[in-house]
Ligand binder design. Structure first.
Ligand code: PLP
Length: 400
């Protein structure tokens, strides 16, 4: 018989599977709060005006379709490091940044995982509990060992900072600590500046290597600079830092697969060698990255006017999400005053981690046709004012 006969059916992806189920539903009231993709107030996908403008420039320039170098487009790599560290950062002047354009956040994380499996062998990656579900797949598929550190406290619907510090402290020296740069997915709960500083000091003491997953720069506060504060702080404290960056959410370039794997290391010489190895990993994985999205991002970040327009649109997207957050909290408070709903507005970014149990999520989906992940996360980017009352009714019904 065929060897393929033995292949078992893989369960749908827990996040992307939600969108498939939503599409299949015929219910007029259905609402997709599963995937972390920005929607307009009309709940339509959004292409930024500044992206359209950059596309027009690119179209008119009639550039060719040759391969990019393995490390990607130079203008894009510069733009991406500038966005992360700020353009005048000393690490850039000292040329101790290795930056490889890669396939958005996921592909960058995968290249980073490949680097760990080759050059940081035997070290464990510590990921937050909970985290974005794909982290486990990405490190696991590269044969990198991972463990959880405590992060979320269900009692307070807040950060378990004490547990987090204890677990990072108990990890063997030289472990890799995966941190969400801002707007933690799925909880929407970030350490405060003082806590970040303590985490950085602990990494220094333990010789840990911080690995920042920066997938939502701009979506926590609406400011691209403010949202890079944590990785900048770690670099400024002298840590060598690994970073994966994504333009999926903040430039809305989801399907174009635009991002980078960046490593800020101790010297120019090390940076050159590190980049050479990142290139070797990428070469075998996908050879070289796609051109189109990188040109768009580079046009925007490297042009003062377009960069300004982007910042305005970014603040608009973050502002719309914050507005529906406030409206949702108010609706919940009026429909069910007995419960503390303050978490809805203390959480930040695209998501709210509601504390709904898997059975309650089932009620949300089966009875109310609200599609969301089983962990109780809702994407507020998929909510508008018109649907706030309906969502609040469903949540109150499911909690009661
Ligand atoms: N990291 C986190 C925490 C995410 O939430 C996501 C997307 O949902 C990603 C990385 C990667 O996304 P992409 O590969 O589209 O850049």
């Amino acid at each position: 018989s065929s060897p393929f006969e033995q292949v078992e059916l893989q369960a749908p992806d827990p996040i992307l599977g939600v969108s498939e189920a939503f599409k299949a539903s015929k219910e007029p009231n259905k609402l997709n709060l599963g995937v972390g993709a920005y929607r307009t107030e009309e709940l339509k996908p959004y292409v930024l005006d500044v992206v359209r403008k950059a596309e027009k420039k690119i179209f008119e320039a009639k550039e060719n379709k040759e391969y990019l170098p393995i490390e990607g487009l130079d203008a894009f790599r510069k733009a991406t490091v500038d966005l992360l560290l700020g353009p005048s950062h000393p690490a850039i002047k000292e040329a101790r940044v290795a930056a490889l354009q890669s396939l958005s956040g996921t592909g960058s994380l995968r290249v980073g995982a490949g680097f760990i499996s080759r050059f940081l062998k035997g070290r464990t990656v510590y990921i937050s509990n909970p985290t974005w579900g794909n982290h486990r797949n990405i490190f696991g598929d590269e044969g990198v060992k991972w463990e959880y550190y405590r992060y979320y406290d269900p009692e307070t619907v807040g950060l378990d900072f004490k547990g987090m510090m204890e677990d990072i402290s108990a990890a063997p020296d030289g472990s890799i600590i995966l941190l969400h740069g801002c707007a933690h997915n799925p909880t929407g709960i970030d350490p405060n500046p003082e806590q970040w500083s303590q985490i950085a000091d602990l990494c220094i003491k333990k010789k840990h290597i911080p690995f920042f997953d920066v997938a939502y720069q701009g979506f926590a506060t609406g400011s691209l600079d403010a949202d890079a504060a944590a990785p900048r702080l770690f670099v400024d404290k002298g840590l060598e830092v690994m970073v994966s960056q994504s333009y999926s959410k903040n430039l809305g370039l989801y399907g174009e697969r635009v991002g980078a794997m960046v490593m800020i290391v101790g010297s120019k010489d090390v940076a050159e060698r590190v980049l050479s190895q990142l290139k070797r990993i990428a070469r075998a994985m996908y050879s070289n990255p796609p051109t189109y999205g990188a040109r768009i991002a580079a046009e925007i970040v490297n042009d003062a006017d377009m960069f300004g327009e982007w910042k305005t649109e970014m603040a608009g997207m973050a502002g719309r999400i914050n507005r529906v957050r406030g409206e949702l909290r108010a609706a919940l408070e009026s429909k069910y005053p007995g419960k503390d709903w303050s978490f809805v507005t203390s959480q930040i970014g695209m998501f709210s981690f509601t504390g709904l149990s898997p059975a309650q999520v089932d009620n949300m989906t089966k009875k109310w046709h609200i599609y969301m992940t089983k962990d109780g996360r809702i994407s507020l980017a998929g909510l508008n004012s018109a649907k706030v009352g309906y969502l609040a009714d469903a949540m109150v019904d499911s909690f009661k």
